[in-house]
Design a protein around this ligand. Structure first.
Ligand code: MF3
Ligand code: CO
Length: 284
């Protein structure tokens, strides 16, 4: 039997500092990336350009989103902006997904399908998630929007703490740290605030495809999961529930995920590039 190492160095080739760190981790039983997950500078440049358009979409949403609008109207604007900038939605037709974005309101955790019947109301907390393909490169981000600019103190705090969870995850993701370090930090912050972390959905590698290795869970134990190495590109996208962590997957539309207890849920997402000095946010 042969054991296939995820990381190897060509015979006769001198080891770089990066090779040494990865090989040492692999030897001690850690999961390390494959070379394919380390993007070249040209690839990072491509993903960065995709991220600029993705950010432009979410900025446009910030200006356009308002009460009385259907989620379909907002999705139409996203479709138009995406096309105007020479990009393509990664959501459309992804495993049969029918629209250009995911719009998830209050107790909808994620993957809300834009439709004409769902009308935005004052005080709704709304996640808009867009994934963009530009020149073949993928970026992925989402933000929370508060309809009418004001909601209940409880929902406002959920939105704020969820953003803190994303920021803490980003700060925790240092070169040669582990995916489990991110999850642990996020879980601690959420639970300290009386909230729970959704288990069934996670962040992911991204860039050359929509969803790549590794899975980035938003809960976990330090020093577990894949090592994060300079050149990797991945998302962090915590879904934080006000109440219980359990979710329900719609059997009707095959997509919509809601909280089981129908209490609100929030999510923020960025695409990140690991560098020698920490994460560069590609969707700012
Ligand atoms: N944008 C989601 C993510 O963050 C994936 C949505 S898949 C879709 O990974 F098909 F619903 F768009
Ligand atoms: Co994502």
């Amino acid at each position: 039997m042969i054991f296939k190492k995820r990381w190897s160095v060509e015979k006769g080739k001198p080891l770089t500092e990066m090779d040494k760190k990865i090989l040492a981790a692999q030897k001690s039983g850690h999961i390390v990336p494959t070379r394919k997950l380390i993007k070249t500078p040209e690839q990072v440049e491509g993903i960065r350009a995709s991220g600029v358009i993705n950010t432009g979409i979410l900025d446009m949403v910030e200006k356009e989103i308002r009460e009385g609008m259907s989620t379909l109207e907002l999705d139409d604007k996203i479709a138009q902006f995406t096309a105007d900038h020479g990009a393509v939605s990664a959501c459309l037709n992804y495993e049969g997904y029918p629209r250009y974005s995911c719009i998830s309101i209050n107790d909808v955790v994620c993957h809300g399908i834009p439709n004409a019947k769902t009308i935005l109301k004052p005080g709704d907390i709304v996640n808009v998630d867009v994934s963009t393909i530009y020149n073949g490169y993928f970026s992925d981000a989402s933000r929370m929007y508060i309809i009418g600019g004001e909601t209940t103190p409880e929902k406002q705090r959920l939105v704020d703490v969820t953003l803190e969870c994303l920021k803490i995850g980003i700060e925790t993701a240092k070169p040669y740290s582990f995916v489990g370090d991110i999850g642990f930090a996020i879980q601690c912050h959420a639970q300290k605030n009386g909230y729970s972390v959704v288990r069934e959905l996670c962040g992911h590698g991204v860039g050359l495809e929509f969803h790549e290795e590794p899975e980035v869970s938003h809960f976990g134990r330090p020093k577990t999961g894949m090592m994060l190495v300079p050149g990797m590109v991945f998302t962090i996208e915590p879904m934080i529930n006000m109440g219980r962590k359990e979710v329900h997957f719609s059997r009707e539309d095959g997509w919509t995920v809601t909280t089981l207890d129908h209490l609100p849920s929030a999510q923020w997402e960025h695409t990140l590039h690991m560098t020698e000095n920490g994460c560069e946010i590609l969707t700012h």
